[in-house]
Design a binder for this molecule. Sequence first.
Ligand code: UDP
Length: 280
Amino acid sequence: MGGTQSEHKLILEDGRTRYDGRALDELRPVSIQAGVLRRADGSAYVEWGQNKVLAAVYGPREVHPRHLQNPARAIVQARYNMASFSVGERKRPGPDRRSQEISKIISEAFTSVVFVEQFPRTTVDVYMEVLQADAGTRCAGLTAASVALADAGVPMRDIVPAVASGKVEDVVVCDLNKDEDTCGQADVPCAILPRTGEFLLLQMDGHLTYDELMRAIEYNRRAAKVINELQKEALRKKYSIVTLQNNEITEQPPQEQPPQEQLEKAADAPVASNPPEGGA
Ligand code: UDP
């Protein structure tokens, strides 16, 4: 919410279409892939409009340093990082206040969805790397991390989608892009548990009336359902391939084993790689 003036109208004359052609309640194109990193316990890659985000999960595993251990439950340590090359103006590498805040809220969101009490004294480490940023990266990161957690087999209450709606030129719109985020009036990122409708994350930057906030939340609710289907589809796709491969293995006819006697005879017989000359 930079309050910057856009060079062009972000909401077209008809009041229903946005500069990038989307309807007011329309998401950007989203694609999700599960299990993209070999060394991680679980991983996912998300392309969301112009955003590109990679997530990796390790654990539950031993906590270092040990004084962070909780004897009653696992801790979830999320780290959100933006690559220097992910934005137009080079970002200084390393953690800053913004990435620390995002890491903290995502850690808290996952702490309430993972069955942490099943894994005392351990940590579940969640890494989110933003490779290309175009607004909504905390939501894209959380969405990817949730798929990575499921891919790692970490027991959770649900797979969590996140999305940010907001206000642009006095109109509430779903899933702000970079122009809309920079020149808009408000931004409301939410992470919503699909099964119960519980909010695991709700932030608001800017000014909205009560009705506008309710509309932004409603857009987020609807969009979260769409994102959640894509998350589940990504996991189904990865694990159905494994099942298919297994089926192929079991469907192959078992190799006939030559009886032991024949093996012994064959071992005694001279090796003939070419048929004898003039032979039958
Ligand atoms: N951004 C940037 N440099 C930064 C931080 C953010 O260019 O150091 C851009 C980036 O495109 C990001 C957008 O501003 O996606 C909006 O940032 P915000 O803090 O609202 O978080 P996000 O919407 O990505 O969750």
